[in-house]
Design a protein around this ligand. Sequence first.
Ligand code: UDP
Length: 241
Amino acid sequence: VAVETLVYEGKAKRLYSTDSDQVLLMEYKNSLTAFNALKKGEFEGKGQINCEISTLLFRELKKNHVSSHWLETVPPNKMRVLRTKIIPLEVVVRNRIAGSLAKKFKLHDGDLLQKPLVEFYFKDDALADPFVSNEQIECFGWATREEIRQLQTMALQINQILIQVFHQCRLNLVDFKVEFGRLTSGEIVLSDEISPDSMRVWDAATGERYDKDRFRLDLGDVKTGYNEILQRLKLALGGLQ
Ligand code: UDP
């Protein structure tokens, strides 16, 4: 494949090939979607904000020995990442009740869970990302029992690191979604992105929401919310350099 050929376009990102077979260039777009792509929007600078937030978080995770596909960021809105085969799961970690969990069990938004909860959903918009059990994942051949345990362990480890980071920013990490992929060696690494598109973060004092719920539920200017998260992360972790 020629250098920098578009190999994949998703809802919020594009992937390009590079001169290395093992490396892809990931571009963050300004678009955002919700409700399995039924609601669509965009704002100027969104790709850059999400790329910067993702960079700060991937960098912090790397410092804490969590391996991910992230190699380096190419400002303003691209990163060089390792090519992986994505495991078709949305791995959701929750510290508090919110979103679909509140709805499904009629539980109170914001209540703390007894311990962090890891859940797996099958990544498929047309099916509205259905919940999938560990046994189903194994029986469908998507991951072995050992790999499922590894995904759970990594997800909880990422959660602990992110809780600390957001605590320094006076933010509560309510929940988030991550995706994992396999390198050619078979090693499982964190992939995709970690941004306000895929997490819930609330102001620790006021409960104000700065994440994609602003877009989903029309709670206020979306860019202002995303930018608030970025500025607080920069203050806590230092800039991008
Ligand atoms: N999430 C995501 N992509 C999805 C579904 C959920 O990134 O397709 C994130 C969502 O932003 C939240 C967490 O995963 O931080 C838990 O989402 P939930 O299951 O409550 O679903 P939602 O209410 O977002 O539909």
